[in-house]
Design a protein around this ligand. Structure first.
Ligand code: NAD
Length: 495
């Protein structure tokens, strides 16, 4: 499909999008929708149709799981070195195709192109991390128990299913599938219907570099049909779901009924606690950077900013100065700092929360409302600062847009109580020059992640996951994650 944009598309991207539709990818082959039904995938920055993905049916999803289970014995039987060689080739290929994948992702997800490049590199780094880590896994571990010759033996599970959201399509695939593959599992990926293109590109690339057919499969379509069929399939050996708590609950219930182990990575309503000893301007700049990064469509964002009363006015002033200058534009425009939100529904959601928040008494102290970008009719919104009390709907519920909610505090205890006044528990940050206070507050905030003088910090090797309404089942990115993709058999012989 030809995209009308003033920005040059890479010839490979143009060729990829030139097809009327891009089928799913199962068993090393394209798989079309049996009914012929397709779904348009749209550039959120311009509203133009990029291509169409195929809406599979439940039988096609079951077929994909069968294919993944059939590919499992051969893939898991490879030695670590043999499997690593193939996976490292995939890492190299993704890295060398970074500009192509990033441009596809920028167009499909409305992500600033440079940030999309960072996401692709993150996939590569995560894959290399897990491949290397897997080399140090001891498959057999002796258990010293008097009277028994005993050991545990670790083996991969089989076909693992993954359902992903639309905000970080390629990066999250990396966080999800790479430990599973390194351990010897095969995977069935269900990307979000709005952002399936990079997953489909990956599956074809994997085949090209020699990943055996059936090891990486991508099924496409709507959540209520294809996602649901994957969740209900009792032959998947594990499920990993990343998305909203509402859908996570359905996925968890269904997997529970089938006794399939499930990992849920869900939403958040993170706090940033800013004490009065910080460099106020620098902190304001960093938090505005965090809330406008990918238009605030970041699960772990700091969306509740708890600011010490002595610096509140100065902090707000710096935030406004900074927000005024954010350049909103098409994701392929190198001058853009903030792109669109993913679809018109998300646009309505963000603007709706701004209205509902104000109707409940919050004050809009800066920005808000739709944004216009000359030459484009995309889903653009302005960043916004709301202020008020923490019982406001905009302070309680996940908005998933560039909207921060500010509240004053006076004591450390009050700040901790405010930070913990949420059902979510994904990520918070504390900002202070006092290291002891930073550590104390970081440990007192109830969440999977507490960051100090920074927000949105990820490192391969540090577990990332949520508690309470933000997730369960293990998290991602660490040695523990790799172990989730091994099951253990205790072998015991009485002496
Ligand atoms: P969503 O829950 O609407 O959709 C996520 C995925 O689930 C999509 O692929 C969708 O097609 C599928 N789905 C929808 N209904 C389904 C069903 N009945 N059965 C099975 N699958 C179904 O979420 P979203 O709007 O795509 O993403 C935004 C949410 O994701 C936010 O809450 C955000 O915080 C969360 N998120 C969490 C993390 C994390 O690591 N904790 C990361 C990114 C996003």
């Amino acid at each position: 499909m030809s995209i009308a944009t003033e920005f040059q598309l890479l010839p490979e991207v143009q060729a990829f999008l030139d097809r009327e539709s891009i089928p799913a990818f199962v068993g090393g082959r394209e798989l079309k929708s049996p009914s012929g039904e397709t779904i348009a995938t749209i550039d959120p920055g311009s509203g133009q149709t990029l291509s169409h993905i195929h809406e599979l049916d439940a039988a096609s999803v079951d077929h994909a799981v069968d294919v993944a289970n059939e590919a499992f014995p051969a893939w898991s039987a490879l030695s670590h070195d043999e499997r690593s060689k193939i996976l490292l080739k995939l890492a190299d290929a993704v890295e060398s195709h970074k500009p192509i994948i990033a441009q596809i992702e920028a167009l499909d997800a409305g992500k600033i192109e440079a940030q999309a490049q960072g996401d692709v590199q993150n996939f590569v780094d995560t894959l290399r991390y897990f491949v290397k880590l897997n080399g140090s896994v001891e498959l057999r571990t002796k258990r010293d128990v008097p009277g028994f010759d005993a050991w545990t033996y670790k083996q991969p599970w089989g076909a693992c299913a993954f359902i992903f959201p639309w905000n970080f399509p390629f990066l999250l695939i990396g966080w999800g599938i790479t430990p599973a593959l390194a351990a010897g599992n095969t995977v069935v990926i269900k990307p979000a219907e709005d952002t399936s293109l990079s997953a489909l590109y990956l599956a074809a690339l994997a085949k090209e570099v020699g990943v055996p057919d059936g090891v990486i499969n991508v099924v496409t379509g709507r959540g209520a049909t294809v996602g649901s069929a994957l969740t209900q399939n009792a032959d998947i050996k594990r499920m990993s779901f990343t998305g909203s708590p509402e859908v996570g609950r359905i996925v968890g219930e269904t997997c529970g009924r089938n006794l399939v182990p499930v990992k849920l990575e869900l939403g958040g309503k993170g706090a940033a606690v800013v004490f009065d000893d910080v460099d106020v301007e620098d902190t304001a700049e960093k938090l505005v950077g965090a809330i406008t990064f990918h238009s605030g469509q970041v699960c772990c964002d700091a969306t509740r900013w708890l600011i010490h009363e002595d610096i509140y006015d100065e902090f707000v002033g710096h935030c406004i100065d900074r927000m005024k200058n954010i350049r909103i534009g098409h994701p392929l425009d190198p001058n853009s700092q903030m792109g669109p939100v993913v679809n018109p529904k998300q646009c309505e959601r963000v603007l709706g929360y701004e209205k509902k928040g104000q109707a409940e008494g919050a004050e809009c102290i800066f920005g808000g409302g739709p944004a216009s970008v000359s030459g484009y009719t995309g889903n653009y919104v302005n960043p916004a600062l709301l202020a008020g009390t923490l019982d406001n709907v905009a302070a309680r519920e996940e908005i998933f847009g560039p909207v921060a909610y500010l509240v004053k505090f006076s004591t450390e205890a009050e700040a901790i109580e405010m930070a913990n006044n949420t059902d979510y528990g994904l990520a918070n940050s504390v900002w202070t020059k006092d290291d002891k206070r930073a550590a104390r507050v970081a440990e007192a905030m109830t969440a999977g992640n507490s960051w100090i003088n920074a927000h949105n910090v990820f490192a391969q090797g540090v577990p990332y996951g949520g508690v309470n309404k933000s997730g369960l089942g293990g998290g991602v990115l660490s040695a523990e994650t790799l172990m989730d993709y091994y099951r253990s058999t205790s072998v015991v012989r009485p002496l």
